[in-house]
Write a protein that binds this ligand. Structure first.
Ligand SMILES: Cc1cc2nc3c(=O)[nH]c(=O)nc-3n(C[C@H](O)[C@H](O)[C@H](O)COP(=O)(O)O)c2cc1C
Length: 231
């Protein structure tokens, strides 16, 4: 199994610790793991030109750096997005990367390789905001075309805590094992779900009279307006 971890913080804290618990599980299976640490590997903020959506992703001022990450996403069976909760959301660094990937939402130009991939979202919060953060990341991964997205959120009740000191760390370890097993099963099945297929169909209809020529040309070129499917 090839795994790409996109972790939205360089901080070696709770999110890192929980992510490492998962990676230990997958390493034991012989997984091949690559990591993007934000903002170290991508620190750009979207400038709002919308060139990616309107004129092609290669027209983004940060194209080279974005495509470096997209290539790694394409190669992975499992994409892990991990982030602490900052003001009820993901970190700014994670959000900046997500913004740069708007062009590949199903409504625009989905990347064929995303269909059948598996997602895993890992979040850690001091007290509240896991639900909201997971929702944001889940929307992004689902709209990239990933049907099967697993979630793992922890509430630490500690700012700048050290996971190793947590009284419920054994419980977290057990929960990680259970979720890791579900992820493995999904990776074996690589299923494209009904919801994804349905949305692909709906967005395909809108592309027939598309308002954005770059998007509709892309759907046409792929044969998706003539009945061909990416899954
Ligand atoms: C700028 C900032 C904003 C935060 N906002 C929230 C929040 O909205 N809700 C919450 O429960 N914890 C919040 N926290 C606490 C962190 O989510 C929590 O400590 C998390 O486990 C830190 O992860 P890390 O150790 O991987 O950096 C915030 C922390 C920081 C630094």
């Amino acid at each position: 199994m090839k795994i790409l971890v996109i972790i939205g913080t360089p901080h070696k804290g709770n999110t890192r610790a929980v992510t490492d618990l998962f990676l230990d599980e997958f390493r034991a299976d012989g997984a091949d793991i690559e990591e993007i640490v934000l903002p170290r590997d991508f620190g750009e903020t979207c400038l709002g030109c919308a060139n990616c959506i309107l004129h092609g992703e290669d027209k983004c001022p940060h194209h080279e750096k974005v495509s470096f990450i997209v290539e790694k996403m394409r190669a992975a069976d499992l994409i892990i997005t991990a982030t602490p909760v900052f003001v009820y959301s993901c970190t700014g660094a994670m959000k900046s990367l997500l913004d740069h990937l708007a062009y590949m939402w199903l409504v625009h130009r989905p990347d064929e390789s995303m269909f059948g991939k598996i997602g895993l979202i890992i979040t850690s919060a001091g007290g509240a905001g896991v639900k909201e953060t997971v929702k944001l990341l889940k929307s992004n991964m689902s709209y990239w075309g990933i049907s099967s997205v697993h979630k793992f959120g922890v509430t630490t009740m500690k700012m700048n805590g050290n996971y190793a000191d947590y009284k419920d760390k054994d419980k977290i370890k057990r929960q990680v094992k259970v979720t890791a097993q579900k992820v493995r099963k999904s990776v074996e099945r690589k299923k494209v779900g009904f919801g994804t297929k349905f949305l692909f169909g709906i967005f395909g209809m809108t592309q027939k009279n598309g308002w954005n020529k770059t998007d509709s040309d892309y759907w046409k070129k792929n044969g998706w307006l003539d009945g061909k499917k990416p899954f």
